[in-house]
Write a protein that binds this ligand. Structure first.
Ligand SMILES: Cc1ncc(COP(=O)(O)O)c(C=O)c1O
Length: 384
């Protein structure tokens, strides 16, 4: 999971508390299954002493572009950088408005703001937890320049109607696919279905590096050229700078790990889907609202979140039973102190606000076993 997942981040940096029987994620188990290959890849990078934008990055960019069906992939140093770069390459800046869901990780909106543009927060559909064309259309103004659909939790947004609205108003669509590696919309992998798509390879994502990493994918060659320039100080050759950019370059060590992991992505996503199906079965009688895979989506369950009326009590009881859980996300972005100046108030986005109080994310990772799922079901059932 990503930084907002307090427990999973803590778990990465600190030893697990003694009584944990089902962790929220288990990266150690995954490492054990690929240790030989990862260790060899890391040793290769160190031997080569080529640490930034080298052969590993080039190989990963080619492989990931193919994986998601995009013409180009530009490796960067985080999902946040990917979003910022995609927006900048699309020419978004001061005075522009960008439509974003409020029910997402903070970085989706932050990337808009750091460019001097204004995020316009919209609500989500209560079933898919994602934005829809019907929700987006009324938020379009003469200043709107882009829409960022977020494939939240690994469920894909219903993109066709959004692309249609966007085309009508000449807006670009930048997918936030940070939680949706390998997810499909109507049989096509997400990422390059709009102008550009942004991925995070934060360690606990469905495809995770061993540190910070991200990528932008696109089918637009001109945009790809601009993205490559922007991620490396606008540099056309050593010490020649065509434009002002950033240092958002991907590290070889991260690309080497991603090259080892990428061939496992489909299998790991299948594991997540199988675990989601087991949860669906075990939790069917609990009265919890369970996640629903939309008929146009191939959900990859980065997060398996249920809804409950008494979330905090359920979470406490699960913690006491040794089951780690998370909340994605407890404070909608339009109500964050960072955006107080935009003047949103409670009640503006009712679906988002209700979900922020009701959702509870259960342990989800490919290696989760049946016994662990039974433990989670027992603990959650008891508490609900
Ligand atoms: C939906 C979403 N967007 C953007 C990001 C930012 O990615 P990163 O943490 O790699 O900067 C994340 C993950 O943290 C995310 O979940």
């Amino acid at each position: 999971m990503s930084k907002p997942y307090a427990q999973s981040s803590a778990q990465i940096h600190n030893p697990q508390p003694a009584n944990v029987t089902v962790p929220f994620v288990d990266l150690k188990q995954q490492y054990a299954s690929i240790k030989q290959d990862v260790d060899a890849a890391l040793a290769r990078v160190i031997e080569n002493t080529s640490f930034i934008l080298g052969p590993e990055v080039r190989a990963f960019e080619a492989a990931f572009a193919e994986c998601v069906g995009a013409r180009a992939c530009i490796g960067v140093n985080s999902g946040t950088a990917a979003l910022q770069l995609a927006l900048m390459a699309a020419g978004i800046g001061a005075g522009d408005e960008v439509i974003v869901p409020s029910f997402t990780f903070f970085a989706t909106a932050e990337a808009v703001s750091v460019l001097g543009a204004t995020p316009v927060f919209v609500d989500i559909d209560p079933i898919s937890y994602t934005i829809t064309a019907e929700i987006v259309a009324p938020a379009i103004t003469p200043r709107t320049r882009a829409i960022i659909p977020v494939h939240l939790y690994g469920q894909t947004v219903d993109l066709d109607p959004i692309l249609e609205v966007a085309a009508k108003h000449n807006l670009c669509v930048i997918e936030d696919a940070a939680q949706a590696h390998g997810a499909e919309y109507k049989g096509k992998r997400v990422g390059a279905l709009g102008s550009a798509g942004c991925f995070s390879f934060y360690p606990s994502k469905n495809l995770g590096a061993y540190g910070e990493a991200g990528a932008v994918v696109t089918n637009d060659e001109k945009l790809a050229t601009q993205l490559r320039l922007l991620r490396d100080h606008g540099s056309t050759s050593k010490y020649a700078h065509a434009i002002v950019g950033y240092n958002f370059r991907m590290e070889e060590i991260q690309a080497a790990v991603l090259n080892v992991k990428l061939p496992h992505l489909n299998g790991w996503n299948d594991g997540r889907r199988a675990n989601a199906a087991r949860y669906n079965q075990s939790l069917a009688q609990t009265g919890l609202v369970l996640p629903r895979e939309m008929d146009y989506a191939h959900h990859v369950y980065h997060v398996y979140a249920v809804q409950t009326d008494n979330r905090d009590d359920v979470q406490k009881r699960m913690t006491a039973a040794g089951v780690q859980t998370g909340v994605h996300y407890p404070i909608p972005i339009h109500l964050q102190p960072a955006y107080a100046s935009l003047g949103y108030k409670r009640g503006d986005l009712p679906v988002t606000e209700a979900l922020a109080e009701r959702v509870l994310s259960l342990p989800m990772f490919p290696e989760l076993n049946e016994e662990q799922i039974a433990r989670v079901a027992e603990a959650v059932g008891r508490g609900n």
